[in-house]
Design a protein around this ligand. Structure first.
Ligand SMILES: [Zn+2]
Length: 308
């Protein structure tokens, strides 16, 4: 007999996902909004051609379905079809990566999508939390955390949009690597870096620095980027990275992917190792409220784990 202890999780999640964050396309006001994907589908197809596990399947395995199909992988609803096609056209074409003159545009497009997806995810999380028992301080802390992030990230979206309009303004690259193998994991996202994690993020503290990461496995190679719009943070991180070996750099990025990003994907049948359940104990997030386990993550970016 199969029993389910999911309670009302599924209902709350479905309600939250279907509530609209915008009534029309953020860029052109067309009312027909489509499902945009964070990781481009041609990238996802390089790690699997059928089904995926995302961060939610790993970290909330007791709540979420076992896998998701490509049409549901990393979706957000904020743009119309035309804008979705146009806004990310440089980075969604693998031919553009070999030409260094495209780099600034590639980083802006990745960051713009990361920030839109983050805003959508925060919206869904706040909707879900509004159904939880607010007499618990952990729930109130999570609501305050997400509300602060929501405002800070709205500023970030505006700032990236301004950068897209201005060729003089660019992101600062901390690390870029082209691996000559395909990693089993695809990921992209942004996370807030400079704030006091002990006292949490406050609504008044809108100016925070963000780090963007992208792990984009193509056929037979993988593009990795880490970058920020904060020049002093980029100098600090670059100096630190220069002291690390290549393997240590990949290990650091791998840990950031698992502990900080929502959008990472594996093939649903990936069985190279027992895939982990993790959570970041310092962040008062929805996932950490629901899942208390923490274990170390293998370095899936190392050649040892490459896709065959
Ligand atoms: Zn539009």
């Amino acid at each position: 007999m199969k029993i389910s202890a999911l309670g009302s999780y599924k209902k709350i999640r479905n309600q939250s996902v279907s509530s609209k964050i915008v009534d029309s396309c953020l860029l052109c006001e067309n009312e027909k909004i489509i499902a945009s994907h964070t990781i481009p589908q041609f990238v996802l197809k390089c790690i699997s051609n059928h089904a995926y596990k995302s961060s939610y399947q790993f970290e909330l395995s007791g709540f979420e379905p076992n896998y998701i199909n490509i049409d549901k992988a990393g979706v957000f609803y904020m743009l119309c079809k035309e804008c979705d096609n146009k806004a990310f056209e440089t980075y969604e074409n693998p031919k553009n990566y070999s030409n260094p003159t495209n780099l600034n545009q590639i980083l802006k497009e990745i960051a713009f999508k990361n920030a839109l997806k983050k805003q959508y995810d925060i919206w869904v999380a706040l909707n879900m939390l509004s159904e939880f028992d607010k007499s618990q301080s952990s729930i109130r802390d999570a609501i305050e955390h997400y509300t602060a992030l929501f405002y800070a990230n709205a500023d970030e979206i505006q700032s990236i949009y301004d950068m897209l309009e201005d060729d003089e303004k660019n992101f600062h690259l901390i690390y870029r690597k082209k691996l000559d193998y395909t990693t089993p994991i695809a990921a992209q996202g942004e996370f807030p870096y400079k704030y006091n994690k002990d006292s949490g993020l406050k609504v008044s503290q809108n100016k925070i620095s963000w780090i963007n990461i992208a792990i984009l496995p193509f056929e037979k190679q993988t593009e990795i980027f880490m970058f920020t719009n904060d020049v002093s943070l980029s100098k600090e991180k670059k100096a630190y990275f220069s002291t690390l070996t290549d393997t240590e750099k990949l290990k650091q990025i791998n840990e950031m992917v698992f502990y900080e990003l929502d959008d990472y994907f594996f093939d649903a049948n990936y069985n190279k190792a027992n895939l982990p359940q993790i959570h970041h104990p310092q962040n008062p997030t929805l996932k950490s409220l629901l899942c208390k386990t923490r274990i170390d993550v293998p370095n899936y970016l190392s050649e040892e784990y490459k896709s065959l």
